[in-house]
Design a binder for this molecule. Structure first.
Ligand SMILES: [Zn+2]
Length: 320
């Protein structure tokens, strides 16, 4: 038997068991592997217990949506079926040990989360993937084997974009020791918008775990995408400030109502609702019932939203 070294696994990655019934090789497995490689590089996957997290889903979708905007990318499919390639193994949740081996078709990320505790790679493969040089070799093998030349450039762009966004995210998460400034230097504006937006989003999601700070909703779609946005408190167009203390996580409803000034937050992190809202009118209770409740805050108080930012929002946005 061949020694299970880098070359062995490069060969494996170039000969994945792939559905070719639609004319071209289905790209699900290659894209999942590219995503796993990215997340190992970023330190987000740091042990060989790979849980289907929103980070995996959003990385997978960043590739998928750029390459195949007209099709839905379902990360659950390769997460499950990669086990047929024998270097990827699944550990079932208690109670699913039997049913899981009978399953032939996976429909959604929910099914994976219910059934599967985590996936893991062959130990030596995980160790190989911890090296920068090896990851480059794997990426090249995947890109050259499974993608046409028009998609290759696209893929390299996404890898670079994700890498820059990750650097920006790390910078934002480490930048909270300095005093909060409502306005940051406008040089930040020069950074490519996509890098900024992805980096800011990831930084906020890592602090709030994809949970709305106002209503504490955490809902993921069937594909695993999140309903929650990274919201600026003082809008970026005003402040040029992606400081995590100028942001928090909000669901679509509360992002919109916050931006419109129908809700705000006081100096004790309690929710304020515009006096224009009345519980007597149908459905506005959905906002008025929030009055006085505390918002969800990050674990570290150095990352709490800045009271100055909320003061700006109350003064300039809250409808009175
Ligand atoms: Zn909400």
């Amino acid at each position: 038997m061949a020694e299970k070294n880098l070359d062995y696994y490069i060969e494996k990655f170039a000969h994945l068991r792939i559905d070719r019934s639609h004319g071209r090789p289905a790209p699900h497995k290659p894209i999942l592997l590219l995503s796993i490689i990215d997340l190992i590089e970023q330190g987000i996957i740091s042990t060989n217990e790979i849980v289907l997290t929103p980070e995996i889903v959003s990385t997978f979708l960043s590739y998928w949506n750029a390459l195949y905007p007209d099709q839905k990318g379902i990360v659950a499919l390769p997460f499950f079926h990669l086990k047929s390639d024998l270097f990827w193994h699944l550990v079932p949740n208690a109670g699913f040990e039997k049913s899981f081996s009978l399953i032939r078709h996976i429909k959604s990320s929910y099914q994976i989360r219910d059934m599967i505790k985590y996936a893991y790679l062959n130990e030596e493969l995980f160790a190989i993937l911890l090296s920068d040089k090896n990851r480059t070799a794997f990426r090249q093998a995947i890109i050259n084997t499974y993608f046409d030349s028009d998609k290759k450039k696209n893929l390299v762009d996404i890898i670079n974009l994700n890498r820059k966004a990750m650097k920006y995210e790390k910078f934002l998460l480490s930048d909270t020791n300095l005093p909060f400034l409502a306005e940051k230097s406008k040089s930040k504006k020069i950074l490519r918008q996509a890098v900024r937006e992805i980096g800011f989003r990831h930084a906020i999601m890592s602090l709030y775990n994809y949970t709305c700070s106002i209503c504490k909703t955490r809902i993921l779609t069937l594909e695993g995408a999140s309903v929650v946005d990274a919201a600026h408190i003082i809008p970026f167009s005003v402040s040029y400030n992606d400081d995590v203390r100028n942001g928090f996580a909000l669901c679509k409803l509360h992002h919109w109502t916050f931006d419109e000034g129908l809700i705000s937050v006081d100096e004790n992190y309690s929710i304020l609702v515009s006096p224009l809202m009345s519980s007597k009118r149908p459905t506005e209770w959905i906002l008025t019932e929030l009055v006085g409740k505390s918002i969800l805050l990050p674990n570290k108080d150095s990352s709490y939203p800045a009271v100055e930012a909320f003061a700006w929002h109350r003064k300039n946005k809250l409808l009175k």
